[in-house]
Design a protein. Structure first.
Length: 176
């Protein structure tokens, strides 16, 4: 069986003076626990991974957290990414740029995966009221940045479309 995933919400707004982004993806006929398990156990980069063949090296993995160093979703963008489970289907993802004296993008975003009618819903919240109640630091930078503008308006939307398709393919491989 092929897992179908589709974006059901994409909303770019402003909240508390920052860009805010909400995206939701529906994994038809899938349980939330299966999607959460992929996030904690599947490779993050490389063949058959969540983010595909992109630069980055996985490090510091536990049963509830993962770290990806030097992740580059596109040329000119490089981050360290830390993913931590905060309970059933709740993840905080931290972006940092320790190699830059002036980071253009650092802070946290929130992923929740829930069982809803029709399948699992992967809900991403960045700088929304809901996200800011759950994370330690908004996802921002120290000054205006074209790269951050691109991230919010184009880049992250594309990366997450690819990542959710990859998660669906991983789920297919696990069910076969």
């Amino acid at each position: 069986m092929t897992t179908n995933v589709r974006r059901v919400v994409h909303e770019l707004t402003h909240h508390e003076g920052r860009d805010a982004l909400q995206q939701k993806f529906l994994f038809a006929g899938v349980e939330a626990a299966a999607v959460a398990d992929v996030l904690l156990t599947a490779p993050l980069v490389g063949d058959g991974s969540v983010f595909g063949n992109r630069p980055g090296a996985e490090q510091d993995r536990t049963a509830t957290s993962r770290a990806l160093r030097g992740f580059s979703p596109a040329p000119g963008f490089r981050f360290d990414v830390d993913l931590a489970s905060r309970g059933e289907g709740v993840f905080v993802v931290r972006f940092s740029q320790p190699g830059r004296s002036v980071p253009y993008l650092e802070g946290d975003l929130l992923w929740t995966i829930t069982d809803e009618a029709g399948g699992a819903v992967f809900d991403e919240q960045i700088n929304s009221d809901r996200a800011l109640r759950s994370v330690s630091m908004p996802l921002a930078g120290t000054r205006p940045s074209l790269r951050r503008w691109i991230f919010f308006r184009v880049g992250h939307k594309q990366v997450m479309a690819g990542a959710t398709k990859n998660i669906a393919a991983i789920l297919d491989g696990r069910s076969g």
